[in-house]
Structure formats: structure tokens, C-alpha cells
Design a protein around this ligand. Structure first.
Ligand code: PMP
Length: 427
């Protein structure tokens, strides 16, 4: 087995420099099962980070579904195939009745790219609004939305950014209603600016859980208010469910359902095929048909029979193993545990999240809320050394990101919490 340093050198030579790895000492994983990963030396890690193997690493039912379909037929998507239709029927049944058709893609980036073009086709306008500190993917159009990796040459004139909502440090300084009103005013301003430009306003694209922005706690009615503003201006609301989707937040199948809104377009990715590359765009047929008429869209691999078999198996396992309910129960348990840790460790400024997507914001001072970004880096690296994998994110990169596979148990949560307790105590 090659040592990790040799592997990294080879990786850099073959795949190029600047490919990111997690952790100062990258983990060379060779095997996964359920919520567990093993490195090349046989050391076991608790995976508290990964939402791609949504129903657990290498879930036997997903593996079997992929193998069965791959050994029967796989081809491009120009042939009619029952498996694809059965899957889209089953998937769209989990949405509001108005969201009844889908285009399948290979990635979340592609799905968001298609969504932007759908909004253009329907409104005849090109202006788009996103939050700063977001991430919606890596195509040329979609990378225009992320201020975290500004595009060469700057943002196009058709893009406006509104501040990422932050319930801990609310826009305008006052929480609750006033914060929601301040954010709504920022959105109205961005819409007015686009409408006054040559581009016009076509869509607001958001992750309804604002995962990459740090999954803020938001006041009641926050997103319904924003949705009403978008509709009044004749724009479309796109919800990116790549992170909160497929029951992750425990209370609902989709993040937008939890937020109390019905989007015009929903985009899907990461957990959809448990690691097999499948993404999607769900919309009503009018929107989808307008898009197909304008762009004659075709995707060679997106939603092929094998991908749909993987997607169907994920939905089966979610249902049969009660994993959305598990996310609710274990998520609440783990957040209660984090709140107990906050009583011992002043570094924890705020605990938040929903279901199996939660974490705490680390601060140097609870009064000033000064972000402890460097300490957050140390914490996740120390956790890794002790066999627990988690990440960090948020506006200040100081929020721990805990987002494990959905079969995560209370015993798993206990291990994560006791390890975090030890790490914080040893700082
Ligand atoms: N949307 C969100 C919210 C994401 O977090 C990501 C990936 N991290 C994407 C879209 C892009 O998905 P993909 O990497 O599959 O293109």
C-alpha cells in the first residue's frame, strides 16, 4: 500500500496542483460501510461529514440495484425506458403537485445551469440574484453566482448578490421580524437594480437551508416573504436542494417544504444516487417545455437506466429504513448534546441546524461574536486525528459542519460529542 505522501505527490503530478483535500493530514480512505470509513492502515473513522453516501456508504441495496441494471442495460437517454419513468414518477410524487416533471442531469452544477436557463426561457430576462457566500456549482454560468470563488473578469452585469442570511448576526442588528424585513428590503433593492438594467429580473436562486452559508436559524415567515417579493416582480424562485434534500433536515423531504415555500424550480444532486452521479431539475410542465423549446436540451448520461436504478434504491432505503425520521430523532439528540457542550466550552457561541445537518459556530468571545476561524480549522483537524471526520463552513468559516450519512445513530452521536468535548478541552 503506498504511503499517503507518495500518493499525494502522484496525485499532484497526474491531476495537477491545487486540488483540495480535507484536513492538514489528508486521509487515504480505502473502504466504507454505513457511517464508517477505513484508511489504508486499517484505522476506522466515523463519517460525520458526507452527504453523498446518503443512505450509508456502499449500501447493499443501492450496490445491488446498480449491478443488476448495469448487467441488463445501460445506454444514452434517447430510448424510452420504464425504469426512468418509474423513478421520475416516484421522485416527483414527493413534491407539491405543481412540481410534476423533471430533467435528469449528472451533477448539481448542471442542474442549476439548466434551472437558470429555464427561468430565462420563461421570463425572457437574464438577471439573477443569489446570496453572497453561496455555492451553486462549477459551470461558467453557475460559478458567476458564488462570491467565494470570483470568476476571472468579475461577475456579469446580470448578477446581483444579497447578503447571506445570518440569524446569529442578523442584517440590521435586530433579530426576528426586523431581520426578515431588512433582508426583504435588500432583495427588493437587487430586483429593482436588475429591472432598471438591460437584463431584467429572471430568478432568485437559493438553498432554502442556506447550507454553505452556515445553515442559519431564520425567523418564521422569512422565506415566504422573499418568495412573495420574487413572484410580485414576475421572477421565478429556484431552490437548490443539493444539500438539504432527500430528508436530510429530518422534518421534511425537502428544505423548501421545511421553509414553507413552493419554488418554481428545484435542483437536486449529491445524495440522489448515493454516490452514483445523478442530479435533476424538477419543475412544472409549462416551465420545462418552455426550456426544451428554447434550448433543445439533451443530456447523454443524465438519468440513464443505471442512474435511475440507483436513485430508486435510495428512495426505497430512505422509506424502508425510516431514515428521515431517524434524522429528526438523532439530529435533535445530537444538538441537545452540543448545547450541553456549550455550557462547558465558551468557544461554542451558537448551536443550530436541523435533522442530520447541524453544528456550532465557534467564537473567541460570546459578547462580540468574533469568529474563531483558525481554531475551527484546528478543531476539525484534531477530530480527524481522533477518528471523527467533520468539516467547517459558513460566512466566517468558523461553523462546524456535521452532516453524516442518514443511518447515523445516537451511539454515533455520542462518540462524535465525546470526541469534540476532548478536543475542545485540550485546545
Ligand atoms: N449546489 C450546492 C448547494 C452545492 O453545495 C454543490 C456542491 N457542493 C452544488 C450545487 C454543485 O454540485 P456538483 O458538485 O454535483 O456539481
Amino acid at each position: 500500500m503506498p504511503n499517503t505522501a507518495a500518493l499525494l505527490a502522484r496525485r499532484e503530478k497526474l491531476l495537477g496542483k491545487n486540488m483540495s483535500t480535507f484536513y492538514l493530514d489528508p486521509v487515504h480512505i480505502v473502504k466504507g460501510e454505513g457511517v464508517w470509513l477505513w484508511d489504508a492502515d486499517g484505522k476506522r473513522y466515523l463519517d460525520c461529514y458526507n452527504n453523498v453516501p446518503h443512505v450509508g456508504h456502499c449500501h447493499p441495496r443501492v450496490v445491488e440495484a446498480i449491478a443488476r441494471q448495469a448487467s441488463t442495460l445501460n445506454t444514452h437517454t434517447r430510448y424510452p425506458h420504464e425504469g426512468i419513468l418509474d423513478y421520475v414518477e416516484r421522485l416527483t410524487a414527493t413534491f407539491d403537485d405543481s412540481l410534476d416533471t423533471a430533467i435528469l442531469t449528472c451533477t448539481g452544477s448542471e442542474a442549476n445551469d439548466v434551472a437558470l436557463r429555464m427561468a430565462q426561457a420563461l421570463t425572457g430576462k437574464t438577471g439573477v440574484i443569489a446570496t453572497d457566500h453561496t455555492y451553486h456549482g462549477n459551470t461558467t454560468a453557475v460559478s458567476q453566482l458564488s462570491t467565494r470563488m470570483p470568476p476571472v473578469g468579475g461577475f456579469g452585469g446580470h448578477v446581483r448578490h444579497v447578503p447571506a442570511p445570518d440569524g446569529y448576526r442578523p442584517l440590521g442588528g435586530v433579530p426576528g421580524e426586523a431581520f426578515a424585513a431588512a433582508w426583504a428590503a435588500a432583495l427588493e433593492e437587487a430586483i429593482a437594480s436588475l429591472e432598471a438594467s438591460e437584463f431584467g429580473f429572471s430568478a432568485l436562486i437559493i438553498d432554502p437551508f442556506f447550507a454553505n452559508e452556515g445553515f442559519p436559524d431564520l425567523p418564521e415567515g422569512f422565506l415566504p416573504k422573499a418568495a412573495a417579493i420574487v413572484r410580485k416582480a414576475g421572477g421565478l424562485l429556484i431552490c437548490d436542494e443539493v444539500q438539504p434534500g432527500f430528508g436530510r433536515t429530518g422534518s421534511h423531504m425537502w428544505g423548501h417544504q421545511r421553509a414553507g415555500i413552493v419554488p418554481d424550480i428545484v435542483t437536486l444532486g449529491k445524495p440522489m444516487g448515493n454516490g452514483h452521479p445523478i442530479g435533476g431539475v424538477v419543475a412544472n410542465s409549462e416551465t420545462l417545455n418552455a426550456f426544451r423549446k428554447a434550448f433543445r436540451y439533451f443530456n447523454t448520461f443524465g438519468g440513464n437506466p443505471v442512474s435511475c436504478a440507483a436513485g430508486m434504491a435510495v428512495l426505497d432505503v430512505l422509506e424502508d429504513e425510516g431514515l428521515v425520521e431517524n434524522a429528526r430523532i438523532v439530529g435533535e439528540y445530537a444538538q441537545t448534546g452540543l448545547r450541553s457542550l456549550a455550557e462547558k466550552h465558551d468557544l461554542i457561541g451558537n448551536v443550530r441546524g436541523s435533522g442530520l445537518f447541524f453544528g456550532c459556530e465557534l467564537v473567541l468571545d460570546r459578547q462580540t461574536k468574533e469568529p474563531a476561524s483558525e481554531i475551527a480549522t484546528r478543531v476539525i483537524n484534531e477530530m480527524r486525528e481522533r477518528g471523527v471526520l467533520m468539516g467547517k463552513l459558513g460566512i466566517h468559516q468558523n461553523a462546524t459542519k456535521i452532516r453524516p450519512p442518514m443511518p447515523f445513530s445516537k451511539a454515533n452521536a455520542d462518540l462524535m460529542l465525546s470526541t469534540l468535548d476532548d478536543v475542545l478541552a485540550a485546545l
